[in-house]
Design a protein around this ligand. Structure first.
Ligand code: ADP
Ligand code: MG
Length: 143
């Protein structure tokens, strides 16, 4: 599934749609360069889960947990991780295989621990199509 967006609001809406359809036990993996829109997508995703709290990247804590929505939401950002053991230390399996939905920004950096059935989402720029253009590719999910 490929989406093309021309604004952060549109990327937010795609996230919201996917968040609205997400189910407990699912792991969503986001890949894309710094500033491409992963957190913007995630903010929409949280909205789709009926979470009203502001979502910002958990850069120093690895994971933030939100329990006020339709199902628990576990937002990971593993950009600053230096050893995969850090994921063991925070008990990632309790999240991935728990009662909520997980979303991992920079999941490619911890690919070895990502479940087989995870949904991978790639966000890319194409400067020839303008500064605000993004291509959002969603794998392993039929909408
Ligand atoms: P990341 O989490 O990937 O580092 P952010 O979501 O924090 O990225 O930042 C994305 C930036 O790009 C924001 O400043 C946002 O306003 C801007 N932007 C411009 N166009 C888009 C678009 N089509 N989709 C998402 N973000 C966009
Ligand atoms: Mg981010």
């Amino acid at each position: 599934m490929i989406y093309e967006t021309l604004s952060s609001a549109e990327t937010f809406e795609i996230g919201k749609k996917l968040g609205g359809q997400s189910k407990k036990g699912q792991v969503f993996c986001l890949i894309g360069d710094l500033g491409v829109g992963k957190t913007t997508f995630t903010q929409g995703f949280a909205k789709g889960l009926e979470i009203d709290e502001h979502i910002s990247s958990p850069t120093y804590t690895i994971v933030n947990e939100y329990d006020e929505g339709r199902i628990p939401f576990y937002h990971f950002d593993v950009y600053r991780i230096s050893h995969i053991e850090e994921m063991d230390e925070i008990g990632y399996e309790e999240y991935f295989f728990g009662n909520g939905v997980s979303l991992v920004e920079w999941a490619n950096l911890v690919e070895e621990i990502i479940p087989e059935d995870a949904i991978w989402i790639y966000i890319e720029k194409d400067l020839e199509k303008g500064l605000d253009y993004r291509k959002v590719t969603v794998n392993n999910l039929v909408l």
